[in-house]
Design a protein around this ligand. Structure first.
Ligand code: ADP
Length: 489
């Protein structure tokens, strides 16, 4: 969907183009009508003039007017013809059946055109007009006929017709077309540009607000507010409404986090006491086997709950920003070796082959305990989700100023549709999995791992294929090694 700015500009341009088109059409029709009337008037004037001249030169009697010895057998006498030759343009004078006179312009036309002209002239009534097409000349004439008022019964002339070229009509049309196709698009372009600029300026505060809200809604900036200039307009109202909503969100999120943190904290002590009690009960010699099994189960569940409460507390504190990282330069090589040892023990128990083909020296600035927790989470997952006889491979590389710890397994893999959710809290691919099974988990491990990676300015990338295995790569910014510092200096 196009942006509001584009839509405003397009609507404006469309409305403007429509108006321009309608306006041009009206102007075109109006100008053509006016030009037509002008032409008609001038043709009618020539006809009137012809009639008046005939009268002045004495058209009274046929004997005086008609030359029967002429080529056509019936024409005006040369005296009349000479005086009528001053009339401009195309003129025809006729009695009821014959053309008695044609002006020089008519005589100059081809026979075919002369015939079309006289035929049309005979058809029109007094004062009426018609448009005649001159095929050979390739143009049109507007012909207007005026009847001789027949003051004398002996006068042979019935009507005088005058024609004018319709070319001025085309000129009037061409001017409007020029306006429509050259000037109008230019104006359209300028006004669309103006609309684009104005829309941009009007929408700029909204654009700014969207950016602000985006920055605030990243999950850690709910304490921030959108700057609002109280101008009483819609935009400042929108800003205030959003601010009020963010404030409500902030307080309810804070309440939720506080509740989780407090509940986890409160649960810690009773769980520790319970665990100690169970352990003590298990060491009492009088217990039966059944009692021992029950106590064993109780101890497992207590341990599981203690882990869960621990993870919840970690995440709740991280959310509140109350969790300090004790940053110090950490050499990754020994840390990863340590993790690999644990992985070997776990792998052996699970019948898997754990290897570490690449181990490069690299140092990061970070919290050793948290990094260890992060790596162990990923490694235990790899072992947990890889069957007997599978392989787990750990690598540590120094790449482009970062330390990259990768854990590759040949396990069950994760489906593409599930991948975007694996870092969500309490999210597990197989939710129906039995709680006590070998792959039991609460779905908080990767959420904590991601938080640790991000708190170190790093990230976790996962690639996986169902049934083929997964690869988790943790990238943490590295400290410059003394060698590279020397090279840079
Ligand atoms: P859990 O405690 O269930 O292991 P995590 O947050 O560590 O929780 O992992 C979330 C889910 O991601 C797991 O339930 C599992 O479905 C999937 N997952 C994590 N690591 C792997 C892996 N290496 N192979 C296959 N699936 C994995």
């Amino acid at each position: 969907m196009a942006s509001i700015r584009t839509r405003i500009t397009a609507s404006y341009a469309l409305a403007f183009a429509g108006t321009m088109f309608a306006f041009s059409a009206v102007v075109w029709a109006e100008r053509r009508a006016v030009a037509f009337q002008d032409l008609r008037d001038s043709a009618a004037n020539v006809s009137d003039l012809g009639i008046r001249m005939l009268r002045l030169t004495g058209v009274g009697s046929e004997a005086l007017t008609i030359d029967t010895t002429s080529a056509t057998g019936r024409e005006l006498t040369p005296r009349f013809k000479t005086s009528l030759d001053v009339l401009p343009g195309y003129v025809l004078i006729a009695d009821s059946a014959h053309v008695l006179y044609t002006s020089r312009a008519v005589t100059a036309l081809s026979d075919r055109d002369q015939q079309s002209l006289s035929k049309a002239a005979f058809q029109i009534q007094n004062g009426a007009d018609t448009v005649v097409t001159l095929e050979d000349e390739r143009r049109e004439l507007l012909l207007v006929a005026k009847a001789e008022p027949r003051t004398s019964a002996a006068s042979p002339v019935r009507w005088v017709a005058a024609g004018v070229s319709t070319a001025p009509l085309d000129v009037a049309g061409a001017q409007v077309l020029f306006l429509s196709f050259v000037v109008a698009p230019l104006i359209l372009l300028i006004s669309a540009g103006t609309a684009w600029t104005l829309a941009g300026r009007m929408l700029q505060p909204i654009e700014q607000m969207v950016n602000d809200v985006e920055a605030i809604s990243d999950g850690r900036s709910l304490h921030r507010r959108i700057p609002v200039e109280d101008q009483g307009d819609e935009i400042s109202r929108l800003g205030s409404t959003l601010n009020a909503m963010i404030a409500r969100l902030e307080s309810s999120f804070a309440a939720l986090r506080r509740f989780t943190a407090d509940a986890s904290h409160e649960l810690k002590t009773p769980l520790t006491v319970l665990r100690a009690d169970i352990e003590r009960a298990m060491t009492t010699p009088q217990g039966s086997t059944d009692q021992l099994v029950a106590l064993e189960e109780g101890l497992q569940e207590t341990a599981r709950m203690a882990d869960l409460v621990d993870s919840l507390l970690t995440l709740a504190r991280a959310d509140e920003g109350r969790f300090d990282l004790y940053r110090e330069p950490v050499e990754m090589e020994p840390l990863v070796r340590e993790v690999a040892e644990t992985a070997n023990i776990l792998g052996e128990a699970a019948g898997q082959q754990v290897s570490m083909p690449v181990l490069q020296p690299v140092t990061v600035l970070g919290d050793r305990v948290r990094l260890r927790q992060l790596f162990l989470n990923i490694v235990t997952n790899a072992i947990k989700y890889t069957g007997k006889g599978g392989k787990v491979e750990l690598t540590l590389e120094a790449l482009d100023g970062t330390a990259v710890f990768t854990v590759k397994d040949t396990g069950i893999g994760i489906a593409g549709v599930d991948l975007p959710f694996i870092f969500d809290r309490f999210w597990r691919v197989d939710r129906a999995r039995s709680r006590g099974g070998e792959r039991s988990g609460v779905g908080l491990g990767l959420a904590i791992s991601q938080w640790i990676a991000q708190a170190h300015g790093g990230s976790i990338n996962v690639s996986s294929r169902m049934g083929r295995g997964s690869s988790f790569a943790v990238t943490i910014p590295a400290l410059p090694t003394p060698n590279s510092a020397l090279t840079q200096a």
